[in-house]
Design a protein. Structure first.
Length: 104
């Protein structure tokens, strides 16, 4: 998978900076993980956030994905696949939260 401008914008919505790949080098997503990665990206508007004062403005802190709101993203699959997608999303959520905390 090549990181293009659209992919970078999706990551930016999560406050994670990735470089757009203008070269032919690709970032590989294994086929077995493809649905999980796409489901994670589909949850990008479902993050629970809280604004805290910071200087003269505020800072947005992401607490995690709102699972109740994100459920439709993976609920239409069979039960075993639904559980696997949910588990995969939780792994990516934790990694994203760590990356966003480091960026702040």
């Amino acid at each position: 998978m090549k990181i293009d401008k659209a992919d970078a914008e999706q990551w930016a919505a999560l406050n994670v900076t990735v470089e757009v790949d203008d070269e032919d080098e690709a970032v590989e997503v294994w086929r077995i993980n493809w649905q999980s990665v796409m489901a994670f990206f589909a949850c990008d508007t479902q993050w629970r956030t809280v604004a805290v004062p910071a200087g003269e403005g505020h800072r947005l802190i992401r607490l995690g994905i709102d699972y109740a709101s994100a459920r439709p993203v993976f609920a239409r699959r069979d039960r075993a696949r639904e559980r696997q997608l949910f588990s995969d999303i939780q792994v990516m959520e934790q990694a994203a939260l760590q990356a966003m905390a480091e960026a702040d």
